[in-house]
Design a protein around this ligand. Structure first.
Ligand SMILES: [Zn+2]
Length: 136
């Protein structure tokens, strides 16, 4: 869970607060941070969803805080893994992801058995946020 920065330093994956339009705090956004030059790159897998969220806020948002780990399952998994291991470790992330997927699959089974299609669709959406395209 690290990559190289253009300055030659090592970038580490962490959760950070991103401030949008000086008003909106988006907490727990997965970013790669370089401790040498201070560069931050939003984790590629969630970039599009952060963009969507910012798009929904519009050009003149009211001041507020949003927890990205509640909006996006992958950020949720990272924050769970972070509670257990600081700095983030790949094995801990994999374990947290597996637990969350199992939890969601249980809920999906329940939603299916009670025939609640809206709930089912919501859980399927959350499961798709944990698919490989986000994680890699
Ligand atoms: Zn750097």
């Amino acid at each position: 869970m690290s990559k190289h920065c253009s300055c030659g330093g090592a970038m580490k994956l962490m959760l950070r607060t991103v401030i949008f339009a000086k008003k909106v705090n988006i907490n727990n956004v997965p970013v790669y941070n370089c401790s040498d030059c201070g560069r931050n790159d939003v984790f590629p897998g969630v970039k599009e969803d952060v963009g969507k969220l910012v798009g929904q806020l519009g050009a003149a948002p009211i001041a507020r805080s949003i927890s990205f780990d509640e909006v996006h399952e992958w950020a949720g998994v990272l924050s769970q893994a972070m509670i257990r291991s600081e700095p983030l470790q790949e094995t801990m992330i994999a374990r947290a992801a597996e637990e969350r997927i199992n939890e969601l699959l249980d809920l999906l089974l329940l939603a299916t058995s009670v025939g609640d299609d809206a709930w089912k669709a919501e859980i399927e959406g959350r499961l798709s946020q944990l698919s490989a395209q986000y994680i890699i």
